[in-house]
Write a protein that binds this ligand. Sequence first.
Ligand code: OAD
Length: 232
Amino acid sequence: MSKKDKILVLTGAGISADSGLATFRDSGGLWENHAIEDVATPEAFAKDPVLVWTFYKQRYQQALSSEPNQAHIALAKFEEHAGNRFHVITQNVDGLHKKAGNHCLYEMHGSLFRSYCTGCGTKYPMSELEFADHLPHCPKCDMLIRPDIVWFGEIPYFLYEIENLLKKCDVFIIVGTSGSVYPAAGFAMTAKYFGAKTIAVNLDPPDNRTFLDEFYQGKASEILPSLLDSLV
Ligand code: OAD
């Protein structure tokens, strides 16, 4: 690899595991105690907004009190060195890449720190919402406010920008993701098709490993800092 390579990183829940946040599909993960169709679809929100808000408020509180680990910090430091030849795409909604200091960042599944009105689309920071007596409603149009999370059946953010980055990158690194949720799971295939070297850092072999040139098995907080050092 050359030190001028364009590096693109895709992260998933595993990168935040060492910050104390649960992943989705590991043993004890979020989808073990909550069915996706109960808390992570637009239909679930229409049916039981109290349950859905309870789930995301709890995750927001956890994210608020968690700190970036060595893997997030290594990505933020790498951005300082590499500038605009480096971008991070994350499926995570926990805000830890921002907290670590990454700016060239695409939060493709939204953010626990934001919400928006289901009527007029106005965005509100979570910190401004009132939950005291009832669910939050929009001060402008009085419709229900929802978490700014991309649920199953909805279209992720930044797909146009991400496709361009996938076509242009020289090295594509996936970190802490099971490679099982599309479209993100297909990014390694696209990057490889357009000529990038594809690498994974993960505790378990990801489902999309057919499209990987290299796989480093273990904790992101232990492996990623030295992998990125070799690319500075
Ligand atoms: P998953 O829970 O599917 O996968 C997490 C991966 O991280 C697993 O493959 C673990 O082996 C790995 N892992 C766990 N601890 C790790 C560590 N310390 N270091 C490195 N790897 C570790 O989470 P995601 O792939 O992020 O979407 O899930 C993708 C999407 O599915 C999420 O964004 C979410 C979920 O449903 C929505 O909610 C729309």
